[in-house]
Design a protein around this ligand. Sequence first.
Ligand code: DHB
Ligand code: FE
Length: 288
Amino acid sequence: MPEDRIRTVLEDLERVLLRFMRHHGISHQEYRRATGLLLASIRAGEGSLLLDIFLEAQAADTGNLGRTGSPEAIEGPFYVPGAPQLSPPHILPQRPDEAGDILVFRGRVTGPEGEPVAGVELDMWQADAAGLYSNVHPGVPDWNLRGCFRADAAGWFEVRTIVPPPYEIPKGGPAGRVLAAMERHVFRPAHLHLKLRHPAYEALTSQLYFRDGLYLESDVAHAVRPDCIASLVRREGRAQLLARGLDRPFFEVRHDFVLAPRPPAPPVAGGGRLAAPPARTGPEGRRP
Ligand code: DHB
Ligand code: FE
């Protein structure tokens, strides 16, 4: 971010907040309460949660203006880089008795012309059936329901996991208390999180919601967009179970992604070799 933009934005933020404080006649005591709440959220590990609930969807929408391909979604507070690399058949790491219905998530990743994005990496994370994220909430094994896997040469991918429940923001913490004070519920609709990466394409942070799910219309983070909703289909036919080696009915969801190509790198002087910068010349083309 260029320094003059940082300064402009910070000065405007200060102006807006001061106008807000005058408008509401915020007292010294109220100011102390508000700053105390922000500090308490950070101490409770909820700093990102509190900010993301209120602000991240707007940042994602602004970033999507003029974007081609699938829209960016909010990342949320629980992404952790370095998830285990999976090999086919892709199954997100889970406990032997992981609760929840089995979910098979598959789809295709293409570029804007429909060309396959061969070998694109998908980095996926989600809550377990109790609504908890590994590496964040205590009591869940590290990397549970987090994994990186690749699509095949035609851009197709498939991964097995469990159907996540709606996510409930911890009610007892600072973020929950803010929402209670605003008389809002504390739920996000059930969702999967994904990051897609390929050297020739712009990275995409996405999120997938399930059609007809609870809280799609009242997401506490106001982050659901129509392009990120797909239908869960229940499969219970013997042949379908056999084909996947499963012994109980499962759900399937199909969702495709379109990635935007990276802009070509600016041409490098000297045919790609590192060349000395051209000699500076004066207005008449002579050395000054
Ligand atoms: C938020 C986003 C999530 O995806 C989630 O699981 C929890 C919280 C958020 O925007 O704060
Ligand atoms: Fe989430």
